[in-house]
Design a binder for this molecule. Sequence first.
Ligand code: ADP
Ligand code: ZN
Ligand code: ZN
Length: 720
Amino acid sequence: MEQCLLQVALDTPLHTVFDYRWQPATPDEPMPAIGQLVVVPFGRREAVGVVVGHAAQTDLQADKIKDVIAVRHQLPPMSAHWLALCGFAADYYQRPLGEVMLPGLPKNLRALTTVALDKALKALGRLAAPKKSKARRKTRTEAEAIPSAVAELVPPDAPDPLHLGEAPALNPAQQQAVDAIAGAKDFAPLLLYGVTGSGKTEVYLQAAAAILRRAADEAAASQAAPVDPAVAPAQILVLVPEINLTPQLEGNIRARFPHLNVVALHSGLAEGERARNWLAAHLGQAHIVLGTRLAILSSLPALKLIVIDEEHDPSYKQQEGLRYSARDLAVWRAHQLGIPVVLGSATPSLETWHHAQAGRYRRLELRQRAAQQAVLPTVKVIDMERDKPVDGLTAGLIAAVRKRLEQGEQSLLFLNRRGYAPVLACDACGWISNCMRCDAFMVVHRPERRLRCHHCSLELAIPRACPTCGNVDLQPLGRGTQRVEEGLQAIFPGARVLRIDADSTRLKGSAQSAFDSVHRGEVDILVGTQMVAKGHDFKKLTLVGVLNPDTALFSHDYRASERLFAQLMQVAGRAGRAGLSADGSSGEVLIQTRYPHHPLYQAVMRHDYDGFAGELLEERRQAHFPPFMYQALLRAEARELDTALAFLKQAATLLEAPAITINEPIPMTLMRVANVERAQLLVECPSRPALQGFLKQWLAALRQLKTRARWSLEVDPVDI
Ligand code: ADP
Ligand code: ZN
Ligand code: ZN
């Protein structure tokens, strides 16, 4: 075979693909296909890249063009669909193609040696030396039609992989939702708007079952040869917002589909496992892939349904590198494949709600809780001006916790602030624990005896005396979860209090064991941050207390109300999910506030998402905010703010275009972090295509500017 020219995408900040020459190492080496992984020389090192095209000619001089070093023939090439997905993401988020493709692949696949890759393939039954497998095929003529070696590993009397474990009978609303999802013949964006505890998970599972079953039947009917049992007839991708929610859902899925190949994909997996799971998806072996946002970029050749649970959750947005929205990419992917995508939430994002109102997304509603006798909890506010809190807890909340303790039920106290106290202060001279590297306070962590900056991770021992005046009586101001835990333990010495937050769950596996102990009923009072607010189905939990939500009411961030509302509805949704309390009452939610009449709390008390979302959308429409406006944010950072601002000022004058508003560059709210000073420039446009067109030209011009500032562009920013 002759040599050829390949275009290869590499993980570099350069906005281009690279040309390489390939020639067969042996006479029968096949030409690398588009989508294949290759190893190439790059600068002074070697790098793994993805073949994205065959070139007829190159601009490089013949003596400059380098040879491909190796081709990963053992790995089937990435599909055209995956390449298109990455191409779209690169284009839309204005990043180099290689920066989209390669960081999404497990490390073991991007490695320069094939040891780990071969090991993973072997574990999946997909690696046999070419010669050996040929010999084997010959002796097994009846198996010729079976494309994979794995088929040999499956015994003939294997159980039907689609056999369902025990499932509850769906209620009519759930059944309607399942029918709508499974009946979709083409692209169908579906908003599953279901109150907390309405049984959305059950809808996902049964829709998945129906789609898998249909695909299996179709495959059996259309193929003359026996269907390879190791290849999934269809693949389902389920996204959840938090790693900590994967075990609960994985357990549910495995219990329901005991014989299906279910794999998880998230950053908490060990590299070997991540590579195996990713490959199981890529090879079409995995029926169900359950993952966090990064799983949206995985390769799924038989993808037939995407589910995004808690679609409103901010963690679907990646906040560094390729700043993508996994939810938006999911909708694009479903559109491109012509399959249904389900966006599940009790409090949909305003973007999604707006699409549903406009009829672009179909709305499926679950208005009631699913479990027998379970109803939505009663939500009340406690006026902190009347019931003055001691150690952060009002008498009303303490009495409620006591009652739950007596009834043998669990309480959850939610406070979105970890640590012991947000500041350490000296009464004598006014010293406070500022971080020396950031515009932020260092947070007191009492059990660890440290001051920690939550922005730059700087750590110091808690000083014994004031660094300025020597006063030994330093005061922690305000309270975080550690201090609340301490307070509760003092008030209820006999109760089992457990704190769950990022600090208490630093060790691998510790979050899971903490959640397990709550499920087993070994905890009476749970104190936690947003980590415990989402998704969990704690059956004995009947009381939720919310400690300090008021600060978000007055945030300058236009999304703060939407977030606070969603957060309160979510955490409230943890109460009373399994039915009534011992005293026959429903679950109870108590919000401690200084603004009991605030419309946001009033809406939470009425469980009135529709009304509140309607008001917020109207405000956004009038203020020309998203979803009625499209935005991009140019960020710059440097040692000195002036350098960053000067760059942004220059950027602001580079290019003009109709309908594009370029705002004034401003310092970020948290201006200095880790000794770097930061500023931003917001670009707005009522038309998405017009904004995209502008950004493309603008970035090309920006790349020509000389500056000492580091800069990056974010499309559809969420924190501005
Ligand atoms: P959501 O995700 O909507 O908050 P879940 O899917 O966690 O709610 O369901 C809440 C509870 O209701 C779970 O314990 C689940 O087992 C139960 N459940 C779901 N569907 C049904 C049903 N049709 N009949 C009885 N219980 C159900
Ligand atoms: Zn002092
Ligand atoms: Zn800091």
